[in-house]
Design a protein around this ligand. Sequence first.
Ligand code: SAH
Length: 451
Amino acid sequence: MKLGEVVTVTIEEVAYHGQAIGTYKGYPIHMDNAFEHETVRCEITQVNRKFSRAKLVEIVEASADRIDMNRPDLMETGIAPYLNLAYPAQLKLKQKQVARIFENESIQTNVAPTIGMDNPSHYRNKTVVPMAYENGHLVTGFIKRQTANTVVPLDDYFVNDPVIDRVIGQVRDVLDAHQVTPFSDETGLGEMRYIMVRRGYYSGEVMVVLVTQTAELKDEDAIAEEIAAVVPGIKSVMLNYNPRNLHLMMSGDNRLLWGADAIHDTLLGIEFVIGPNSFYQVNPQTTEVLYAMAAKKGELTEQDTVIDAYSGIGTIGLTVANQVKQVLGVEVIARAVEDAQRNVERNQIENTSFVTADAPEQMQKWQAEGLEPNVIFVDPPRPGLTPELLDAVINMQPERFVYISCNPKTMARDIRYLLDRGFELSGDVQPLDQFPQTAHVETVAVLVPTK
Ligand code: SAH
């Protein structure tokens, strides 16, 4: 197999990260933008020992589930890789991917159909967009796939709350009128890195964060006033000074330019304070479904002591607090725990406490102290759980262990560990589509000690 060679293959599988895989003379070929059962012509772009990467050249035989949303601009970015797959097929694909991952861990279980959205677009409550110069004016959009900083200009990002898309344009135009310059990685010059916008789904409150390369922005007060004058629902304009080329798009260095330093929104009737750096689920509609389902699967009672591990700003713990005796949360980022505390006070909740600590360490500590939780919720980041945390769970013998995961691979690995140590799955494994049009999937599973 040579670079530049064009071959015809049939796609056998779309793997969990959205890579379509076909084989050519027994040798796997991976590519974007193709779906199961399609026959495609593709050009080899990378040759590895075990597989090659290729670029789609032509669809010879399209899947019955392929649709044409006619958005080549979006497809150039990584925003919505499943855009051209009919939504019911996206849901089926995610169910199948989760089932296959569990099979690979030899876990016998039923994976339920993916719970989806009625309107699976324009759902995100937050976005961070880069900008560039085009014909002497600022443009906003998204980074082109496989490039470091080529911006594809966009007006409709398809996955964002439409108000957020409009706000991006309004902010960009204000910045442009003040001749603010976009930062360029190549020259190291320019003032503005990103525009961040968040909007409360229920509250409609808008926060605009100008992420800058320079400590100050020329005309910043006038810019903030003008943004405040044109953006409906605006509650906060902040400057986030991020001079270093970090992997993170924002630093922790925030300065208030106009209004308040946080906005509010509600989830299942509980009010949350959301600052510029707060982790807050980006799909408010499915998050409510997810938390309500997790609480239901926890079969909570008023006598229960509940752990919320990886608690962020306390969203799971606070939304279940009124159903149980007490909630203990653990989260590693101090600022998030402070937010959780503000949320406790704001909602006058009296039976919760949140600590700043590494979750595995804190779980071992609780276990050593003799804590006997009835229900444990975990919602870890992509790397999943550690053996230390899982061992603490095994030793505490909760009645129910509710695992919420954004990565079915590490989830299946961790569940295998528990199955080998006296736990069993209770009910179906449930995928939920938190991120329609993308390759991500959220999954919930419940484990109980084997009788
Ligand atoms: N349950 C929350 C947050 C989930 S995101 C919600 O739904 O909003 C996962 C969280 O785990 C993040 O807040 C992250 O900061 C936290 N985290 C990551 N590593 C951790 C660790 N080792 N110990 C505790 N928390 C950790």
